[in-house]
Design a protein around this ligand. Structure first.
Ligand code: NAD
Ligand code: DAU
Length: 331
């Protein structure tokens, strides 16, 4: 099988490619990645001799057409992915998340290639802290940020191309991922690398916002379950019942590092900050028989801390610039 992975040099995409090469020797993997600040060739180093990496943008229609025409399946991870960046400058989010997804859809339509679209639970907006509800595949879309609104728009494009043109596509909306190869701009790697550097963790606002954490490997086993057994045109929510407040996450990290539970700083809150995300993944579990492997968050976090300790060469080049940028907004 010829697989095209967009965004395969980013956090989740590189884990997906490594896992695929390890477990599925019958799959020939090509990665299309623009190698933006978030993409790193070295995230594919362990499988570099088994994967073709094409440096280019998903908005380049000619390149996309050629690569899609040479594939049996496209798994589409490429995106601008960070909410804080989307508040500074929404423009690349519109280009990559909307125009890029449109460009891929036109190519899979022309070549009749199976397509899986990776999306986020943020398309549903947020929940109150005391609301017993969770997001389900029928929750109305209500995105808050430029990032989440462009992801919501990209999901709607996929749905329309399925219905209007018969494109063979599925969609997944996943909760917050953690694990190796995540950029240091994101919450968990930022705090781990702060702690390695002896800097106090930084909590936006009161730190009461809740995210539903899932290990990246569990996200990716779910993606394969949907690709192999999912029904065309369907949306599957991916989550592993991992709700934690940001404060709880920071305190678990402080405990892992042997530091006092109050050894962190509150910093400026994110404008429009979503309060809580929570996924009801029963459709994925019941229909496709998927279960997560990482059910102990502390253990998964410890393994992630160990990875960042052992792979300083990977993250160190980005750390100072990320912190300088956060400092400009008092974060
Ligand atoms: P990331 O920012 O780590 O990686 C994105 C990758 O896309 C990078 O390698 C980047 O170079 C590439 N890219 C960006 N613009 C491109 C373009 N125009 N053409 C080709 N490549 C381009 O992101 P991530 O956290 O790995 O997220 C991957 C996908 O998963 C995204 O679609 C995101 O919306 C979704 N998602 C992420 C999470 C999460 O917690 N990180 C949760 C749910 C869904
Ligand atoms: O829910 C899925 C989404 O999860 C994905 O679609 C996004 O691509 C991914 O970036 C993530 O979005 P969040 O905005 O939830 O993730 P982030 O890591 O930026 O922040 C997680 C929480 O931590 C959020 O409530 C903001 C807070 N935070 C973040 C940083 C960087 C802090 O308190 N301090 C920080 O330093």
């Amino acid at each position: 099988m010829r697989l095209l992975v967009t965004g395969g040099a980013g956090f989740i995409g590189s884990n997906f490619v490594q896992q695929t090469v390890r477990e599925r020797p019958d799959v020939r993997v090509t990665v299309l990645d623009a190698l933006t600040y978030a993409g790193d060739r070295s995230s594919l180093a362990p499988v570099a001799d088994k994967v073709e990496l094409v440096e280019g943008s998903i908005t380049d229609a000619e390149l996309v057409d050629r690569l899609v025409g040479d594939s049996d399946l496209v798994v589409h991870f490429a995106a601008e992915s960070h909410n804080d960046n989307s508040l500074d400058d929404p423009s690349p989010f519109v280009q990559t998340n909307l125009v890029g997804t449109y460009t891929l859809l036109e190519a899979v339509r022309k070549h009749q290639v199976r397509f899986h679209h990776i999306s986020t639970d943020e398309v549903y907006g947020d929940l109150e802290l005391d609301d017993p509800a969770k997001f389900t595949p029928t929750t109305p879309y209500n995105p808050s940020s430029p990032y989440s609104s462009t992801k919501a728009g990209s999901d709607l494009l996929v749905r329309a191309w399925v219905r209007s043109f018969g494109v063979q596509a599925t969609i997944s909306n996943c909760s917050n991922n953690y694990g190796p190869y995540q950029h240091v701009e994101k919450f968990i790697p930022r705090q781990i690398t702060n702690l390695i550097d002896g800097i106090r963790p930084r909590l936006y606002g009161a730190g009461l916002n809740v995210r539903d954490w899932i290990h990246v490997e569990d996200h990716n086993t779910a993606v394969w379950a949907i690709v192999e057994r999912g029904r065309i045109g369907e949306t599957y929510l991916i989550g592993a019942d991992g709700e934690k407040s940001n404060l709880e996450v920071v305190q678990t990290l402080l405990e892992i590092f042997g530091r006092p539970a109050d050894d962190f700083d509150h910093v400026n809150d994110r404008p429009g900050h979503d309060m809580r995300y929570a996924i009801d993944a029963s459709k994925l579990r019941e229909e496709l028989g998927w279960t997560p492997r990482y059910t102990d968050f502390r253990e998964g976090l410890q393994a992630t801390v160990d990875w960042y300790r052992a792979n300083e060469d990977w993250w160190r080049p980005h750390k100072a610039a990320v912190e300088a940028k956060y400092a400009l907004s008092g974060q």
